[in-house]
Design a protein around this ligand. Sequence first.
Ligand SMILES: [Zn+2]
Length: 118
Amino acid sequence: MRFSDARLEGFREQLLSQQRVTEQLMADLGSDIRLIVEARHDSNVDDEHDPEGATIAFERSQTDALLKQSTQRLGEISAALRRIDLGTFGTCVNCGQQIAVARLDARAYAATCIDCAR
Ligand SMILES: [Zn+2]
């Protein structure tokens, strides 16, 4: 066993709190998107040619990108929580090497070692 139970619990706590933060962010982004859609509806503009419409479209795509990123992060977090349960937490899913502890401290959801992440 590479990590003590207490250490693993620490990582689990970290992952669970990141999960909560990410879910909250996604909820906020969801309401942002509704507001943007309403703004677009109200202004009734042509996206392509009206400068305001272009701004709204840009904001929408930024928000969509963040939402996508958050969805991906949530997947990484729940996979990491599963690895804790399975006892494989801290092992690179790609090459099987141990992931540096500093990397796990910075991002407990990391599934691969730094070499494989490159
Ligand atoms: Zn690796």
